[in-house]
Design a protein around this ligand. Structure first.
Ligand SMILES: [Fe+2]
Ligand SMILES: [Fe+2]
Length: 228
């Protein structure tokens, strides 16, 4: 597994566990089972690659905490910290699917044409859009699947439920219903999610950060040449 994916997975696990929300350990086990730590974050946009979902989730969790400190101030932030972690950590859980069906399936395209020598049509995963929403799923948008899946293991507060459900803000399928009813936690999550996906994340995983090279030892001072 790529280093960035491993680091992100460890961060998501540790930070969600730190909330001590009853049921969170069982939910993390469920996330492992449904492929949360290997799923892509999108079909052909941000982090549309294996492991992209957990890297995106860690990015959103970190940014939401950072922005939350600024938006809410230290006192309120302390009160809201666990809710921020829960909603950021679980907002895209629905991208692992539900009812034992995956959300993203590999987008297989034709790989060349059959020839006399090789008459069988070959297929490969598309480079431009490696995944597509599983055609076998009934059309339920992923935020609704996120709350449904989280709800099986932990109790979300009303504000948390709302934040996850409307995390796509005015770009989501529920935009019409959201208008005029925005909430602080939901808006913070939306900003952190949108900022990460639009401005920070590429299609592929980032390169692991290299350890900064150790500064070379200072050159020994040249001894003064003795006067002749
Ligand atoms: Fe989402
Ligand atoms: Fe997201």
């Amino acid at each position: 597994m790529n280093d960035v994916v491993m680091e992100s997975a460890a961060y998501v696990r540790k930070t969600l566990r730190a909330t001590k929300r009853p049921g969170i350990t069982d939910l993390l086990d469920h996330m492992e089972e449904v492929g949360f730590f290997t799923a892509p974050a999108s079909g052909g946009n941000h982090l549309c690659c294996d492991g992209g979902l957990v890297v995106h989730t860690a990015n959103v969790m970190k940014l939401a905490e950072k922005a939350g400190k600024v938006f809410f101030g230290p006192e309120k932030f302390k009160e809201m910290r666990n809710s921020i972690r829960i909603v950021a950590g679980l907002h895209d859980l629905g991208k692992c699917g539900a009812w034992n069906k995956v959300y993203y399936a590999e987008n297989m395209i034709k790989d060349g044409r059959p020839t006399k020598a090789n008459p069988e049509q070959r297929y490969k995963r598309s480079d431009g859009k490696p995944f597509e929403v599983n055609k076998g799923l009934v059309h339920i948008d992923h935020p609704m699947l996120s709350v449904k899946e989280a709800d099986l293991y932990i109790e979300l507060t009303e504000e948390e439920y709302f934040a996850i459900l409307y995390h796509d803000g005015m770009y989501g399928s529920l935009a019409y219903y959201l208008k005029g009813h925005e909430r602080p936690l939901q808006t913070l999550l939306h900003f952190a999610d949108y900022w990460s996906a639009q401005f920070e994340e590429m299609k592929s995983l980032p390169e692991p950060e290299e350890e900064p090279a150790a500064a070379p030892d200072p050159e020994p001072e040249k001894e003064d040449l003795p006067f002749n």
